[in-house]
Every structure is written in structure tokens, then in C-alpha cells.
Design a protein around this ligand. Structure first.
Ligand code: FAD
Ligand code: SF4
Ligand code: SF4
Length: 382
């Protein structure tokens, strides 16, 4: 009997899947089982596109195709929440299985609160997340710091604090701390992120805490809901997945690693927020003065929406004005000040390289601190 709160080492019994998967293949094995047994109508996951810097969201209805989504793409910086709302009708009538990092999950939950996603029809398989590297940064870092042609790299991974590549000439790893101190490494929002184990999903899966003979061969699974418990117990009963109790030492290591990541997140928050200087609005006005009003930061934000009416202009922001009146940005920051999930999409996809996520995250954290005493700590530490 599997229950909420249980933890397991889990692995797929499908050899082909095990070979392709990142760890034990539990994530893909569970999604495959759910699809085969009509627990979901479709799965939205991520597969490799042109190369390993190209993470492509994909909707799968034939369980045999799920193998294409096995494996972790650390240069996959996409967010799936708005895809569910915009292209899968918010799971209104269909049951969807989703792989989610912490930021994907927070985006899904925020959209569900606004009625844009029907959570009852969503199966959430969470993956722990230490951070992702933007594809442009990854190519630059591999060329400049690793001295390797990025096109010759066929595998990348983040393990034990190192960014590791396998390429035509062998393999190389450099510590993330060293890379980040030199201005390379994870996206800035990821450095500040503190949602490492997505416990609001149905299951939270990762590699932290898998030690001994199962290291690299099993996935650490924490059961976070009744729905997750039901899926895992049925998959094990049917022989699709095998499990064993986790090594207690591994559980301890997992806890310590999560705590170390919280501290690292706090360190980066302190460092990044202090860059804003004493006159935050001057910094924001200066940076946003190169805005070309393309709306990418709004279109890609999981918590921000704009009506067509407003696009045509308003009292505060006139149509056809470039750069837009500062109110264009201030209104947006105010709109998301208590809901920004620090997913980084605004900054990642801004064609003018404006550090938007830094601004909205700093505002969100300040809002949280201001109201903390009354409302308590939010359910997720973003
Ligand atoms: P698989 O069966 O191989 O399935 C992997 C699933 O992840 C697939 O559904 C695939 O579509 C999806 N996926 C791949 N890339 C992405 C992406 N960029 N965004 C969203 N979904 C994606 N675990 C830890 O314990 N500690 C970490 O620090 C950590 N960092 C991670 C960082 C990233 C960016 C990602 C994507 C994963 C990270 N993980 C981390 C999770 C770990 O890599 C494995 O995904 C997890 O252990 C499940 O292993 P598996 O063999 O069961 O997964
Ligand atoms: Fe992972 Fe957090 Fe970055 Fe999302 S914002 S990719 S959950 S570290
Ligand atoms: Fe302006 Fe950048 Fe937003 Fe486009 S994405 S509207 S350029 S801030």
C-alpha cells in the first residue's frame, strides 16, 4: 500500500526506457503506464529537438512515443503552464499528464486559481530542479570555459555541483560555483529559486538521495498526493515499475542537499537584489528605456494577461509609443507583485535583454516579506 508522504527508490522495468532515461526512468515509466491505462488522454513532456540545446514541448497520445521524452535537458528553459492553457484547452475536458519543474508547477497552480487550467484533469509528475542553463549561455560557456566546440557535445548533465559534458574528445566537468563566479552557469532566476523539490505535484522525482548500488539507476520518488499514491501503487502492481525503500542515509543526504540549495538561493537573492542599488525605480526606468514593446514578457508570463482593448492604448500607455511610457512596466510589475513565480520567462525571452525577472522577483520577495507576519509563508518557496 502506497500512501502520501512515502518515499521510494523506483525504476522502470522496461530495458529500452531504462537505457534512455536520466536516472531510473520512473517518470517516463509512470507516464507511459498512465497513458496505456487511460488514466490520462495525453502527456505533455519535453523532447530533444535539433540538438541538446533545443528542448521541445511535445504532446503524446501513443504510449510507444514516450521514450522520445526520456532524459533531462538542463538547457530546457521552457515553461509548460501556458501551453496547457492555450493549446490544450486548459485540460477542460481531457486528462493530461505533465512533467513539471518547480516553476512549471507554480505556473500551473496560478493558472488553475484563475480558472485557466482544470487541476482535476491534470496528473502532475514533478522533477526536482537545481536549475537550468539558457541555450545561448550553454553554448558560450562550453566554448569559452570548457574550450570545446558546443556542436560536438552529445550529453550534458549537472551532477554533484558540476556541469559535465560528454563530447567527441571525451568528457569534462567544471564546478557550478566556479562557472557562476565567472558569470556563466544557470539562469539568474534559477540561482535565486528555492522551489527545489516540487511537493505540490502528485509525485516529486529526482536523483538527490539515491546512493549505493542504485545510484544512477533509480529515481527517488516522494509521494505527495492520493492521486500520486494511486498511480505508483497501480504501476508497481502491474510490474511496470519496481521499488524499494530508500537508504536512510540517502534520505538524510537529500534533505541536506535541499537545505544547501535554499542557502545558495538566499545568497544569490542578496547578491542580485543589492545590484538594484538604492534607487530601484531609477534602475528600472533606465533598463526598460530600451523596451520595444513587443509584448513577449506578457505573452510568456504564466500570471500576466493583457486584453486586446488595453493593447490598443489606455490613459496611462498610448498606442504606438516606443519606448513605452514607464507605466507600461510599472503596471505589469504591480499586477504580478504578489504572484510572480520567478520562472524567468520574461527575462529569457526579452529581445532587448532587460533583466525583467530580477525586477519582478525583487518586488515579489519584498511583498512577501511585507505581508508575511499576517499571512504566513507561501506554500512554495519561489
Ligand atoms: P526520465 O524518465 O528520464 O524522464 C525525464 C522527464 O523530464 C521527461 O518527462 C522529460 O520530458 C522531462 N524533462 C526533460 N527536460 C526537461 C526540462 N528542461 N523541463 C521540463 N521537463 C523536462 N533532480 C535532482 O534530484 N536534483 C537536481 O538538481 C535536479 N535538477 C534538474 C534540473 C533540470 C533542468 C531537470 C529537467 C531535471 C532535474 N532533476 C534534478 C531531475 C532529474 O534530472 C530527473 O528528471 C529525475 O530524477 C527523474 O529521473 P527519471 O529517470 O525518472 O526521468
Ligand atoms: Fe528550476 Fe527554479 Fe529554474 Fe524553474 S526557476 S528551472 S524550478 S531552478
Ligand atoms: Fe519590452 Fe522586453 Fe517586454 Fe518586449 S519583452 S515588451 S522588449 S520588456
Amino acid at each position: 500500500m502506497v500512501a502520501k508522504g512515502d518515499m521510494f527508490y523506483a525504476w522502470t522495468t522496461n530495458k529500452e526506457l531504462a537505457d534512455k532515461a536520466e536516472c531510473g526512468g520512473a517518470v517516463t515509466g509512470l507516464l507511459k503506464f498512465a497513458l496505456e491505462n487511460k488514466m490520462v488522454d495525453a502527456v505533455l513532456a519535453v523532447k530533444k529537438g535539433q540538438d541538446l540545446y533545443d528542448a521541445v514541448p511535445t504532446v503524446i497520445t501513443d504510449p510507444r512515443n514516450l521514450i522520445n521524452t526520456a532524459g533531462s535537458l538542463h538547457c530546457g528553459t521552457l515553461l509548460v503552464s501556458k501551453i496547457v492553457k492555450n493549446y490544450l484547452d486548459g485540460a477542460k475536458d481531457k486528462k493530461i499528464g505533465l512533467t513539471v519543474k518547480g516553476c512549471d508547477l507554480m505556473g500551473v497552480l496560478e493558472l488553475a486559481k484563475r480558472g485557466g487550467i482544470n487541476l482535476n484533469n491534470i496528473l502532475l509528475i514533478g522533477v526536482n530542479c537545481g536549475g537550468s542553463v539558457s541555450p545561448i549561455m550553454a553554448r558560450k560557456m562550453i566554448k569559452e570555459k570548457f574550450g570545446v566546440d558546443p556542436d560536438t557535445v552529445h550529453k550534458e548533465e549537472i551532477d554533484k555541483g558540476q556541469f559535465i559534458i560528454e563530447y567527441e574528445g571525451g568528457h569534462k566537468g567544471i564546478s557550478m560555483d566556479e562557472l557562476e563566479d565567472a558569470g556563466y552557469g544557470r539562469r539568474s532566476n534559477c540561482r535565486r529559486c528555492k522551489y527545489k523539490i516540487p511537493r505540490q505535484a502528485d509525485l516529486a522525482c529526482g536523483n538527490w538521495g539515491v546512493i549505493g548500488d542504485k545510484a544512477g539507476k533509480a529515481t527517488f520518488v516522494e509521494v505527495c498526493s492520493e492521486k500520486g499514491a494511486d498511480l505508483l501503487s497501480k504501476a508497481v502492481a502491474a510490474g511496470a515499475l519496481a521499488t524499494e525503500a530508500p537508504n536512510p542515509k540517502g534520505v538524510e543526504i537529500r534533505g541536506k542537499t535541499e537545505n544547501a540549495m535554499f542557502k545558495l538561493g538566499d545568497k544569490w537573492r542578496k547578491r542580485d537584489f543589492s545590484k538594484l542599488g538604492t534607487s530601484v525605480w531609477d534602475t528600472i526606468n533606465k533598463e526598460t528605456s530600451r523596451c520595444i514593446k513587443c509584448y513577449s514578457c506578457i505573452i510568456n508570463c504564466p500570471v500576466c494577461f493583457i486584453s486586446d482593448e488595453l493593447k490598443k492604448g489606455s490613459l496611462m500607455v498610448k498606442e504606438g509609443e516606443v519606448p513605452p511610457n514607464p507605466m507600461f512596466h510599472l503596471r505589469r510589475f504591480a499586477h504580478i507583485s504578489d504572484t510572480c513565480v520567478n520562472c524567468g520567462q520574461c527575462e529569457e525571452l526579452c529581445p532587448m535583454d532587460i533583466p525583467l525577472a530580477l525586477f519582478s522577483h525583487a518586488i515579489r520577495v519584498e511583498e512577501d516579506n511585507a505581508f508575511k507576519s499576517k499571512l504566513g509563508t507561501p506554500a512554495y518557496k519561489n
